[in-house]
Write a protein that binds this ligand. Sequence first.
Ligand code: UD1
Ligand code: CA
Length: 467
Amino acid sequence: MKELAAIILAAGKGTRMKSERPKVLHKVCGRPLVAYVVEAAKAAGAAEVILVINREMEEVRSLFGDTVKYAYQDEQLGTGHAVLAARPALTNEDRDVLVLCGDTPLLSGKLLGELIEEHRRTGSAATVLTAEIDDPEGYGRILRGESGEVQAIVEEKDAPPEVKAIREVNTGSYCFDAALLFAALDEVGRDNAQGEYYLTDVLAILRCQGRRVAALKAPDPALTLGINNRLQLAQAEALLREEIRRRHMLAGVTILDPASTFIDAEVSIGPDTVIYPFTIIEGRSSIGRACYLGPGVHIRDSRVDDGAHVHQAVLVEAVVGPGASVGPFAYLRPGTVLAEGAKAGTFVEIKKSHIGRGSKVPHLSYVGDAQIGSGVNIGAGTITCNYDGFRKNETIIEDEVFIGSNTNLVAPVRIGRGAYTGAGSTITRDVPPGALALERSEQRTIPGWVNRHREKLSCAKEKGKLE
Ligand code: UD1
Ligand code: CA
């Protein structure tokens, strides 16, 4: 059996996306289109993956690093031309090669495996993955001979009406004998409606050489969807999202309302976690076991550990420790870490801060650039005044501290272990361990003042001096 390589065509302009971004870098379920195709090729056993890109797509390199090879197609002269651009990168031509498009994110390693199997079983020079679809517009049509063998692929723009009526289309995925593919590509011209070198012409050329050309019809045509515009992007997103939720539910996650729950492709979720409606989990987030999320939670690139509860909250690049609780109505910004059993409660915003074990920020607070020890209670309305207009300054609160309600902590400032601050204080200087820091004027109480005040006012009213 020959070794398997894959060439993924991704250099096209993708004009129908109407976008500044290269098409294959558009995302479905938080992941670039081309990443799905690379993964499917590898899952199907490709030992070598060559991505054909153009110079404006250097970003792709940061995505895959050296896990794939890169070939450049500087001028986009068609899919046949793109495959030729990959030729020098291929280690040798004594192999089977998958040729795939970078814009078919629903392809699975399993389906590609079936394509390769069919190719090898029939001993073909080329095997094309086809699909029978209701609306074949835009696709190349599969032309079969009398006994059903594939004769050619005709592009939509070159097709006469009787060919346009064919509903079996080229999905853009193929398996070739590499040596025969490149020999045939040398013969492909650009005498067609688009003036391009069509990869699809290779099939008719191979047929004329008397080689065997086979086809595998995809059992589920939806999985071969190629993304050319934003409508198809949304279709792929919907299909993949459903598949992702299915996978999590079968793995033990309760999702109360799948329709309002959005989970990105790379998110992991532990069993026995319960997700309430209107929850979005994006990017590289990981959720532990037995967590309660939602309703109304938006999590991006964050970690939520086992047994944590998050309700009506936004988390961005934050860590919520085991059994910790967040919300309702909390905003955890990048660099926030809640240790085990900690709490960020109602109308609380935390940025770049560590909240120690069992410490609580229950209500109406802003905590930024703070290191808070364990067993600390932060009174309602406490604010860290971390920004002096030039720098962000740090607040350090040691273990077992009690911060009174409505305290302003003017950073940089340190509150020593076990210290208290009086409610309403503006703390500008360090507080030593065990001390009470109080910063407010003493209360004056004037007995009987209210009645005297009322009498004064009603007298004035009688004399007509008041309305
Ligand atoms: C192609 C097929 C068509 C098939 C359809 C499936 C050809 C001639 N036609 O048409 O039969 O039904 O895919 O989706 O192959 N690309 C390059 N360089 C180029 C041109 C394209 O790298 O010069 C890449 C694109 O980035 C894309 C892929 O090749 O990933 C397919 O190109 P696209 O323009 O989408 O081809 P279609 O017109 O859809
Ligand atoms: Ca396409």
